[in-house]
Design a protein around this ligand. Sequence first.
Ligand SMILES: Cc1cc2nc3c(=O)[nH]c(=O)nc-3n(C[C@H](O)[C@H](O)[C@H](O)COP(=O)(O)OP(=O)(O)OC[C@H]3O[C@@H](n4cnc5c(N)ncnc54)[C@H](O)[C@@H]3O)c2cc1C
Length: 532
Amino acid sequence: MSLLSKLLTLIENIFIYPTLRVWGLSILSILRFFSYKSESTKKYLYDNTLNNIPKKKGIFHPQNKEHIIRLIKVAHSNHATIRVVGSGHSVWEAIYAQNNNCIHIILGGDFKKIHSINISSDGNFALVNVGAGCHLGRDPNDRESSFENSFNFQVDQKGYALPILGGMSHQTIAGFLQTSSSGGSLEHGIADVLEEIEIINGKGETIILNKKTNEDKFNASVVSMGLFGVITRATFNLPKKYSVEGTEINKEFKDSLLVNDKGHYRKLHDALKNYEYFHMNWFPQKYVQRTSQWNGNLVSPELPKKPYKHLLKEKFMNVLAALALRISNLTEIIIGGNLAQRIIGLVLRTFIRIRKPVHFRDLWYKVLPNDDQADVDRLMKTSYTEIWFPLEKIDEVMGTLERLFRRKPSYAGNFAIELYGAKNSPYWMSPSYKRDVFRVNPYWWGRNLGDPYEFFEEFWKVLLPIDGARLHWGKYMPKPGEIYGEHIFGINYLRHCYPKLNNWLDIREEMDPDQIFVTNYWRRVFDIRKNI
Ligand SMILES: Cc1cc2nc3c(=O)[nH]c(=O)nc-3n(C[C@H](O)[C@H](O)[C@H](O)COP(=O)(O)OP(=O)(O)OC[C@H]3O[C@@H](n4cnc5c(N)ncnc54)[C@H](O)[C@@H]3O)c2cc1C
């Protein structure tokens, strides 16, 4: 081989091949995205029996139970798949049907409203009955959604509150429950206040499941990924409203809670235990090595307010952050190696600046979903995979991650890894079922070139072999059949993780014997065999 052709091969290997590959994968992801349809199949959109049910962009918006029952009947007689969309924040496949005989619905009308608020005789609690399509906060993607009609605002006005919220509050009540979404707290969970749900199952029957009187079915149905039926209402027993007082602080890794003591991550463990609300963004890139810590505690709502201000509150800052992420992503693809790491370090450090701690004190629904202030649906749109571990596995998990980034710095990506916790849950399919958990949530910026799946795979390879690992149902998950440590991801692995899985599958079968809510994605995950 001539020197010239050797040189060309080298250039090709170093620059062109990875670049083309990444472009190719990006184009593939875009094509894959468009090959899935969010619309219902055309014949249903023009079906006479369904024509008085409002529709928008190919999705039915049932306004009442009669509409839902009619949609289920039509799905039934046509062997169609029927799926409910909340605010659409989970991965595409977890929500929509992947076949061309489907009916998609978004709950409308009464299902978006609070029906009643009954205050207890001592005034300490309010029993709130709400349509399952009501958004927790304002969903910027839904034109009908406003602060005034959000669940959080309305219950706060009456003097009551949910004990916990996720990092943003665009979700619908049912979407939040169905994937076992949780905020960062070992002390507060949604199960503390959820009393009852109403569900219309695959047979078109309306079933009310109460926490006390139908314990098993209730605990099975709350987290069921849309596979049991349409959740139409929820009832919460809410405590009095509160404020959250806390601090946000950026630190160098060496000064942060992530420093270990002979392999024990005690400081992190204690922070998860001692703060009522806690989450941390870790930037593990070789030349960034910083953390952004957010912690808070519950205080009286009467205390003077000091509003929380997100770094990305202003549109301009979102543009700058997107630019920084774009530069870092391209640098890694085009240059790679240590030089890329240095450039990424330079760019990201300008954002995650070490500054004085920022203190805040404000109402629960303004502070807990702190990412509501950032443009998470557009410029900062992000994909995630999230793995939940028993709290006592924290040393093993953190040690594994640190070794991963030392071995291959590029696995640290160009964004953050969120670390937080969740309270143990009674719901059979919750990843925190019967144990407090430590959660690892790697971010993949939605506009990165490349394949998020490939990025997340590196985390699955090292983290899923840790005993007790369970995945968030609304985020990226491995494909069934892939091997991680001693486990093949799929039904047997899930049986190992979830002790009540078989009972859950039995109840699923009873609720939806004709499998009208089962999509190809969930069929593969839970090995649900087609009815003959
Ligand atoms: C920016 C961002 C931040 C996030 N932060 C957190 C966080 O802090 N903590 C956390 O745990 N998760 C978090 N998530 C994940 C998010 O909470 C989940 O994806 C949640 O399920 C989204 O709710 P949704 O209303 O968008 O439901 P969708 O994503 O639309 O639906 C979720 C599932 O519920 C089903 N479903 C929806 N409505 C009904 C119904 N009425 N009846 C039956 N089934 C139904 C759907 O079919 C689907 O299977 C975040 C996601 C994003 C994009």
